[in-house]
Design a protein around this ligand. Structure first.
Ligand SMILES: *Cc1c(COP(=O)(O)O)cnc(C)c1O
Length: 406
C-alpha cells in the first residue's frame, strides 16, 4: 500500500548529498521537491509540445491547449469546484491574493472592514493593507492565545455589516496550526455579507479540499508547495462572483473584442488569465495532482501526521526546547527554538552542515514572531517522502546544536 521507499525513488533529488551527508529535506513548507513524473511532463512539454495556447489553429497549439485545459479539469476535481472555468491559473498564492484584493477595490468604501488573523503570511496581510490604503477601509485582526490558537470570540465581535472581506489561512505556514475555517466561514456567513477568502497554500499539499462544501468565495494555493513547478498556482472563485467582478491584468487572452473605442472582456476563466500563461508549468501542476491522487491524500496526511507526532515527541524529550503551537491542532510543521539560543539561524547552520535543510527566521510571518517576542524559529516541515529515520537525524542534529551553542 503505502511504500515510502517506492515514493522516495520517484524523487531523484533525494539521492543527493549536501555537505557530504545524505540530504534530509525538511523545508517543505517553503517548497516541496518534485517527483520525476512532474519533471518528465515539463521536459516532454518543451521537447514535444511547446506552443502558445488558445491562439493557433496549428496542431501543437491545439495540443498544448488541450493539455492545459485537461490540467484545469484535474484541478477542478482536486478541489471539487463546480465548474472548470472557476479554476484560474496564477503564478502562486501571492498573485492570487493580490488579484482578489485588486478586483474587490470597487466593493469597499471608507470605514468598511477587512478581517484577517494573526497567523497570516505576509502575502495575506500586505495586499489587504494596500486595499485599505486605496479605499479607506480598516483591517481587523483576530488575535491568538499563547498556544497560537485563534480567539474566535473576537471574530464574533468584529463581524458586522461593515465587514466586506474575511481572509484567513487554513494552515499556518509558520506554526502548522490548522485553523477552524469551517467555523470561521459559518460565523461569517451568518453575521455579514463579506467575501470569504481562504489561503490554502499550506493545506492543499496535505488535505482533501472541497470548495463547495467549504462554501468559501475564493480559495488560493501555490503549485510549488504541492509537488508542482515554481511559478504555478491556482485561484478558485465562485462563478457568480468572478463573473460580476472586473478583470485584473489587461492584455491578450482576456478580451472578447478590442478596439480603440472600447474593449469587451472574455468569459471565465480567460478574463483573469491575461498574457501568455506558464503552459508547461500548468500542465505539470496537473501531473502533480495525479501524483497526489495516486499516493492518496489520506495516505499523505496520515503519514505526515505520524511524522509530526514522532518529531514532536522526540524533540520534547530533549530538555530546553520550546515548540510554538505545541498544544494546537497542527499538520506538517514543527516550529521551535532552543533555550538560550537567541538566533534560530545558528541552529539552521549546524543542521545544514549535517545535510539537514530546515527553515529559520520569521517565515514571512513577523506578527507571529512579535507576538511570541522572538526574532524567528527553526521550522522543520514534512512531505510525503520524509521518513522517521530523517526525524531521528534531525533530533540528533538538534542535540548537537544544543551542545555547541549552550
Ligand atoms: C507560501 C505561502 C504563501 C505565499 O505563497 P507563494 O507561493 O510564495 O506565492 C502564502 N500563504 C501561505 C500560508 C504560505 O505558506
Amino acid at each position: 500500500m503505502f511504500d515510502i521507499q517506492e515514493i522516495r525513488s520517484q524523487f531523484s533529488i533525494l539521492d543527493r548529498e549536501v555537505n557530504g551527508k545524505p540530504l534530509v529535506y525538511l523545508d517543505n513548507a517553503a517548497t516541496s521537491q518534485k517527483p520525476n513524473s512532474v519533471l518528465e511532463v515539463c521536459h516532454a512539454y518543451y521537447t514535444e509540445l511547446n506552443a502558445n495556447v488558445h491562439r493557433g489553429i496549428h496542431t501543437l497549439s491545439q495540443l498544448a491547449t488541450e493539455e492545459m485545459e485537461l490540467s484545469r479539469r484535474k484541478i477542478q476535481k482536486f478541489i471539487n469546484a463546480e465548474h472548470d472555468f472557476e479554476v484560474i491559473f496564477t503564478k502562486g498564492t501571492t498573485e492570487g491574493l493580490n488579484l482578489i484584493a485588486y478586483i474587490l477595490t470597487q466593493k469597499l468604501q471608507k470605514d468598511d472592514e477587512i478581517i484577517i488573523s494573526y497567523l497570516e503570511h505576509h502575502s495575506n496581510i500586505v495586499p489587504w493593507q494596500m486595499l485599505c490604503e486605496r479605499t479607506g477601509a480598516k483591517l481587523r485582526v483576530i488575535p491568538i492565545d499563547e498556544n497560537g490558537i485563534l480567539q474566535l470570540d473576537y471574530l464574533d465581535q468584529f463581524l458586522s455589516e461593515k465587514t466586506k472581506i474575511v481572509s484567513v489561512n487554513q494552515v499556518s505556514n509558520a506554526l502548522g496550526i490548522v485553523n477552524p475555517i469551517e467555523e470561521i466561514i459559518a460565523k461569517t456567513r451568518k453575521n455579514s455579507d463579506a467575501y470569504i477568502v481562504i489561503d490554502g497554500a499550506q493545506s492543499a499539499p496535505h488535505f482533501n479540499i472541497d470548495v463547495q462544501k467549504l462554501d468559501c468565495d475564493f480559495f488560493v494555493f501555490s503549485g510549488h508547495k504541492m509537488y508542482a513547478p515554481m511559478g504555478t498556482g491556482i485561484l478558485y472563485g465562485k462563478r457568480e462572483i468572478l463573473e460580476a467582478l472586473p478583470p485584473f491584468h489587461g492584455g491578450g487572452e482576456m478580451i472578447a473584442t478590442c478596439s480603440f473605442e472600447g474593449t469587451t472582456y472574455a468569459g471565465l476563466p480567460f478574463k483573469y488569465e491575461a498574457g501568455t500563461p506558464n503552459v508547461g508549468g500548468n500542465i505539470a501542476l496537473g501531473a502533480a495532482v495525479d501524483f497526489m491522487e495516486k499516493v492518496g491524500r489520506e495516505n499523505i496526511q496520515n503519514h505526515e501526521n505520524a511524522l509530526l507526532e514522532y518529531a514532536q515527541r522526540h524533540l520534547l524529550e530533549l530538555e530546553g526546547i520550546k515548540i510554538y503551537g505545541e498544544k494546537a491542532k497542527r499538520t506538517g510543521v514543527v516550529s521551535f527554538n532552543l533555550e538560550g539560543v537567541g538566533i534560530s539561524s545558528d541552529v539552521g547552520m549546524i543542521l545544514d552542515k549535517m545535510g539537514i535543510a530546515v527553515r529559520t527566521g520569521h517565515h514571512c510571518t513577523q506578527p507571529i514572531m512579535n507576538f511570541f517576542n522572538i526574532a524567528g524559529t527553526v521550522r522543520a516541515s514534512f512531505a510525503v517522502y520524509n521518513t522517521f529515520e530523517e526525524i531521528d537525524i534531525l533530533v540528533e542534529g538538534v542535540k548537537k546544536a544544543q551542545r555547541m551553542l549552550s
